[in-house]
Design a binder for this molecule. Sequence first.
Ligand SMILES: [Fe+2]
Ligand SMILES: [Fe+2]
Length: 304
Amino acid sequence: MTSGGPHRMTEPLFSFVHVADTHLAESCDVVTPFVDAINTERFHARPDFVVFGGDNIGGSARDGAVCARQMPMLKERLSRLAVPFDILCHNHDTWGEACRGTQYRHCFGESFDSTRELPHDFVAITVSGKYERDGTLIRGLIDRVPWLEQTLSRFTDKYVLLFAHLPLFPPRQPVPRERESMLKNPGGGWQAYRYGLQPDVSAPVRAAIARHGNVLVHYSGHCHVHSRRESEATWYVTTGALATQPWEYRHVTVFANRMEHRCICPHEVRGGTGFWTNCLDTDHPSVSLYHDGLPEERDFALCY
Ligand SMILES: [Fe+2]
Ligand SMILES: [Fe+2]
């Protein structure tokens, strides 16, 4: 890996944006103000690239035509972006389709993954999920561990930034038992600490990552909250939603010895209820804090 001289500690190597859960719909377009903010450098200089981390549109299992309407809308919005972007699909991007991934394929091509070689021994890998290939539903990294192993072995001497939609750890502590009845679906999988992959399901993916030791950060979305944790030399960062509270994206500046993260809201917040209307836990003892994350989950530097 590249060694850094003193100037490399203060000069950024590159920067990027991770934006997740934009949920573009006819009734809610936070993608346009996002694109405008990036293009006009409203909050920061233009990043070298943007990663759209899934749930890019507001697809629904109850609407078989929603992807056909909204995916071309998304493509049109993204055509205005003045910087390169990578995109991955997941649950809301293919919901309602007879063959999941049809519209995504039509708008963004046959490849559901991408690899972006970056300066100074970095590489960004994006991985989609919840699409069909040859009649089989690919759920995401959990169905592609051999592929992940093979891909990571190609980049042994690189710093890998791995982007997928689902967090590989539950993003929050269990909601206190006395509040469980206040959640939307107390009997089902809707509770925050179950929202995403169970640790035993994601364990093979995390084991593959740990075995290779070159994934610096795994970035995810899906849960609509900001969080981060470290496990076996990899950071697991979840970015909250652009389309619901916390209404933000992450801007990341990469230096030779650290990555600086900060959260930015590029549009007017529309109010209304948040995604997790009754969630809190011991680490996040209010509903707002649950949505927005702790200060150290919002703005932080990862050092290496
Ligand atoms: Fe979402
Ligand atoms: Fe999702």
